[in-house]
Design a protein around this ligand. Structure first.
Ligand code: FES
Ligand SMILES: [Fe+2]
Length: 386
């Protein structure tokens, strides 16, 4: 049996697009490959966990689990948003569940008390414990940085900053003014697929006429793929005259007034590696923050954002269901095919396939993943692959 992490096993994926093979099926099913993705990708990259407008007031919090690690994301009394490890510094009990607002965090086990900034404020029962300083037992925090109203965390204390990680992404996105948008709807989904299948699906238009024939499959558009390297993103731009965020002749909102350049000419579907997908259309923006839970399961949270002027329209509540209807239909089609794909990939006789000209970003995604999970092809083999 070949070594799953031997870079030469993936030489065919490293070839140019139209000569390349897809990733071997066991990359989507193997627990060992998944564990390596967790340690080399999810523990090292910036991962979306929500929006700043989820936490408007001091004391607002939500909990979030990413690759098995539970976090508390909290708006502190000092105005700063932080991410804490959801585990008491006394004997480790989980501190909070769900979301809400609190003045302080009380541990459900022995009532240690933490402030909303993570400081240990009350250490019940520790009066006679020697050399115990409460200041040494504040909640452990995880790096949290913000980009345009989106909250990202990184478990690696040595990672580059979020801004550096994103490279020149702003040049494609700044005219949306994401940071001023209002998040109006959030929904959670669980899909029995591999996380890579899901992001790959988000970045190709090949499946539209087949999977989305009842929704958006008939839309004619020009497609322009962008590999954002050296930033950690790819974008699938579409050139269309009208928004694709509602169906048929359903009533829609005005265009986002500030759009310029490619953003003004159609939708842009953005993948920030590994698992953040943003669909930015002419009149609204949606996003999916995905959290894998093993090789065959993805949980994700989807949100909708509109400019404040749109949300303040008197007919907002009347028209916004048209957006939700389209989104729910398309998302159910994508969720369904993602599960069907995994069912085929787990077949032991499944073999690697090939890419079409419509799948350049699949190739970019698969190579980005291989760079991190198995590393580059040894120099001696590269000429043969190229
Ligand atoms: S485990 Fe939290 S106070 Fe004891
Ligand atoms: Fe789709």
């Amino acid at each position: 049996m070949t070594d799953l992490f031997d870079p030469t096993r993936y030489a065919a994926v490293r070839r140019p697009l139209l000569e390349a093979a897809t990733l071997p099926p066991d990359c989507y099913t193997s627990p060992e490959f998944y564990r390596r993705e967790v340690s080399n990708i999810f523990m090292k990259c910036w991962n979306l966990i929500g929006r700043t407008d989820y936490l408007r007031n001091p004391g607002d919090y939500f909990t979030y689990t990413l690759v098995g690690i539970s976090l508390i994301v909290m708006h502190g009394e000092d105005g700063k948003i932080r991410a804490f490890v959801n585990s008491c510094r006394h004997r480790g009990a989980r501190l909070l569940e769900g979301e809400g607002n609190c003045k302080s965090i009380r541990c459900p086990y022995h009532s240690w008390l933490y402030s909303t900034t993570g400081a240990l404020r009350g250490s019940n029962g520790m009066q006679n414990t020697r050399n115990f300083a409460a200041s040494d037992y504040g909640l452990a925090d995880v790096r949290l940085e913000t980009w345009c109203g989106f909250l990202f965390v990184n478990f690696d204390p040595h990672s580059v900053s979020l801004r550096e990680y994103l490279g020149d992404l702003d040049r494609y996105t700044e005219s949306y003014e994401f940071e001023t948008m209002v998040t109006v709807k959030r929904r959670d989904f669980t899909v029995a697929t591999n996380w890579k299948s899901y992001i790959e699906n988000s970045m190709e238009n090949f499946h539209l006429p087949t999977v989305h024939q009842k929704s958006i499959g008939g839309i004619k558009a020009e497609w322009n793929p962008i590999d954002g390297a050296p930033g950690n993103f790819v974008i699938l731009q579409t050139l269309t005259a009208a928004s694709r965020a509602t169906l048929g002749n359903d009533a829609a909102f005005d265009r986002i007034a500030t759009l310029r350049g490619a953003a003004a000419q159609g939708a842009q579907y953005i993948l920030i590696y590994p698992c953040t997908v943003i669909g930015a259309d002419l009149d609204c923006v949606w996003f999916k923050q995905m959290a894998p839970e093993g090789p065959g399961l993805v949980r994700y949270s989807a949100g909708f954002c509109f400019p404040r002027v749109t949300v303040e329209r008197s007919d907002f509540d009347e028209i916004v269901p048209n957006y939700h209807k389209r989104f729910d239909l398309v998302i159910s089609e994508d969720n369904g095919i993602a599960e069907t794909q995994l069912q085929g990939l787990i077949n032991p006789f499944s073999r690697p396939g090939r890419f079409s000209t419509m799948e350049p970003l699949m190739h970019a995604i698969d190579n980005w993943i291989l760079d991190r999970v198995v590393g580059p092809l040894p120099v001696a083999q590269r000429t043969a692959a190229e």
